[in-house]
Design a protein. Structure first.
Length: 335
């Protein structure tokens, strides 16, 4: 599917680029540099994707958007040894959905504004960018198996199935409505919190309480910055100057204490501590993304939803009275 040669308003202007999974960060940064050569407006979507606003690039390179995508592929293959999947469309949703339809290892799919509605309508509902597995399952249970059917369902019904905001957004994007701009953004930094012990820590309960305190600090830091972590790295420092470090990815990007705590404890268990004399530990959130870009999955776990509501209330209390005024009881022994 290619862009037409009609008026400028019919030319798609958003490019979504997918790199191979588990691409080293240094190579990913070089791919971003190649994108910056095409357009000054590049939005990094770590760990392996990016958005590009093509309006300025089309004025300079001409209206052939497919040629721009192929030019990018030639450059990344010849200079970096990396092939990419490129989707180009009139909105972020269409471009990102298109790039996911390109088979690996790489290629270019262009969807013009005139083609977008029909092209989206034929796709399975789970192929629409932003629809997660749980949302797709809820839609399937209602008999909604294609994007076209989702677009045809009354908005109030979709909101009942997926929740108010998530349902409204899903319905709009199924109809090709997505006003989000491409916002220039480089790779976000990591976020780290640390704890040093005044005396060598040998007691496992003390160490775990200190780790929980770091989880609480990291979660609050991420939520205040409006970010979510895709991965955590735990670093342990021992007497004598030795160290241990391990990273694992979260199932879904998160800034919630519950999710961070579960993974942090798994990392600590993986360390296999016996009677190690710890002098300090650090917890780092990696591959940060903007929280508003994290798909809001529906949940039937009422206990979890209650904990998230309580978490938001605790954040407000900390903002008003200070970070140490409230927290898990175990962390009182870690401070």
């Amino acid at each position: 599917m290619t862009a037409g040669r009609g008026p400028a308003r019919e030319v798609p202007t958003v490019m979504h680029v997918r790199c191979p999974d588990r691409l080293p960060e240094e190579i990913y940064r070089q791919v971003l540099d190649q994108l910056a050569d095409l357009s000054p407006v590049v939005q990094a979507l770590p760990p392996s994707a990016a958005l590009v606003e093509l309006k300025g690039a089309l004025r300079y390179h001409g209206p052939d958007t497919r040629r721009l995508g192929e030019t990018l592929r030639v450059r990344t293959i010849s200079r970096l040894g990396v092939d990419v999947r490129v989707g180009i469309g009139p909105t972020v949703t269409v471009a990102a959905t298109a790039s996911a339809q390109v088979p690996e290892p790489g290629g270019v799919l262009v969807v013009t504004p005139a083609q977008a509605a029909d092209w989206l309508a034929a796709l399975p509902v789970q192929a629409l960018h932003g629809i997660g597995p749980r949302q797709a399952e809820a839609l399937h249970d209602y008999g909604i198996h294609t994007v076209g059917l989702l677009a045809a369902v009354p908005p109030a019904t979709v909101q009942r199935l997926l929740g108010g905001t998530a349902g409204r957004v899903a319905g709009e994007r199924a109809r090709g409505i997505d006003p989000r701009p491409v916002v220039p953004r480089s790779l976000p930094p990591s976020a780290a919190v640390r704890r040093t012990f005044d005396q060598h820590a040998l007691d496992g309960a003390t160490v775990r309480a200190a780790l929980l305190d770091l989880v609480v600090q990291l979660g609050r830091l991420l939520r205040r910055r409006g970010q979510a972590a895709r991965a955590l790295t735990l670093t342990l420092r021992f007497a004598g100057g030795t160290g241990w470090e391990k990273s694992r990815r979260l199932v879904e990007p998160s800034a919630h204490d519950e999710d961070l705590r579960t993974l942090a404890y798994q990392l600590m268990d993986a360390a296999g501590l016996q009677r190690g004399r710890l002098t300090g530990l650090a917890l780092r959130g990696e591959d940060l993304v903007d929280a508003d870009r994290v798909a809001q999955q529906i949940s039937l776990d009422t206990a979890r939803e209650a904990r998230l509501v309580a978490e938001a209330a605790v954040d407000r209390i900390r903002d008003k009275f200070g970070p140490g005024v409230i927290g898990p009881a175990a962390t009182r022994h870690a401070s």
